[in-house]
Design a protein. Structure first.
Length: 296
């Protein structure tokens, strides 16, 4: 803000110890006031000077209007080719020249790490079945974002942060997706079927307490496909019955195959988690007893 002051000159007669507005010229001015001309004047002149000084002091003390501070970009990752910054709920990707090459919208603003992966084939983890030419894995507090860097930055996948370095399974009922992690790294995600009603499939954190291979076409029947992995669900989490002893023993709720492949991707089961038969066979061999299963 530019402050423009207009200089106004008044002839003021100042007499010590009191101010006189008489008809005669007064020369009894203090040393401090010698810069002013001491002539007879009416009271409005003195009032005008005091008012002007007050306005000057007010404007100088108040300063310019407060401006909203510019958004601060926090550095998340840097190498010879790229730098990543977070600003509010956006990730800004910059090239080696410092110019922005992409702004990506994310659902959080807290991040704990990032790593770059180049030339990853489909048969290698993370993300089995997906090849990556040049990507950055950005780990947020809630999610992990896979950012493809070329030809331009874009988010190609978002998945839950397991928040553990152990093996883990996360089931998201609303999306009908199962995520399997090894040592905190996403190995693969699988399409699944969950309960016909929301309360059918229990929510919480459970463990795999038994594993049973079923030769397809034999006992118990083809409804469960070729494999079963039982979940230990405590009584209070079992919303379909009271004190059903099968639930905590891993005999009521489980992860298994199906003879109804069309149900995958839908809310169709009695509470169990169904996978395609080829997927349950693959997952079964990777999951050990005691693996944590978080159902959301």
């Amino acid at each position: 803000m530019r402050l423009i002051l207009f200089s106004v000159s008044y002839d003021v007669e100042i007499i010590s110890p009191h101010i006189s507005f008489g008809s005669e010229k007064n020369t009894n001015c203090s040393k401090f006031d010698r810069r002013l001309r001491c002539y007879e004047k009416n009271p409005l002149a003195v009032l005008s000077i005091l008012l002007s000084l007050g306005l000057v002091i007010f404007f100088l003390s108040s300063g310019s209007p407060q401006r909203k501070p510019l958004p601060v970009q926090k550095l998340l990752y840097r190498d010879n080719d790229y730098s990543l910054y977070v600003q509010d709920n956006q990730v800004v990707v910059k090239g080696s020249d410092g110019e922005s090459s992409g702004v990506l919208q994310v659902s959080e603003s807290r991040f704990t790490g990032a790593s770059r992966i180049k030339n990853k084939p489909k048969d290698k983890i993370p993300l089995l079945g997906i090849s990556l030419a040049d990507s950055i894995f950005l780990q947020g507090d809630k999610y992990v974002y896979v950012i493809n860097l070329r030809p331009e930055p874009r988010i190609i996948m978002t998945y839950p942060n397991p928040k553990t370095r152990k093996h883990k399974i996360i089931v998201q009922k609303d999306q009908n997706v199962l995520y399997f992690y090894q040592q905190g790294t996403l190995v693969k995600k699988y399409p699944i079927a969950t309960g016909k009603k929301d309360f059918y499939t229990p929510e919480g954190t459970f463990k795999i307490v038994n594993k049973t291979p079923y030769p397809q076409g034999k006992e118990p029947d083809t409804l469960l496909g070729p494999r079963w992995m039982g979940l230990s669900v405590p009584y209070q989490k079992d919303k379909r019955a009271e004190n059903d002893s099968r639930a905590p023993r891993g005999m009521k709720y489980g992860i298994h195959g199906t003879n109804e492949p069309a149900s995958i991707g839908k809310h169709a089961s009695g509470g169990c988690i169904r996978l395609n038969n080829k997927d349950i066979a693959e997952l079964y061999d990777r999951v050990s007893l005691g693996t944590e299963v978080e159902i959301r």
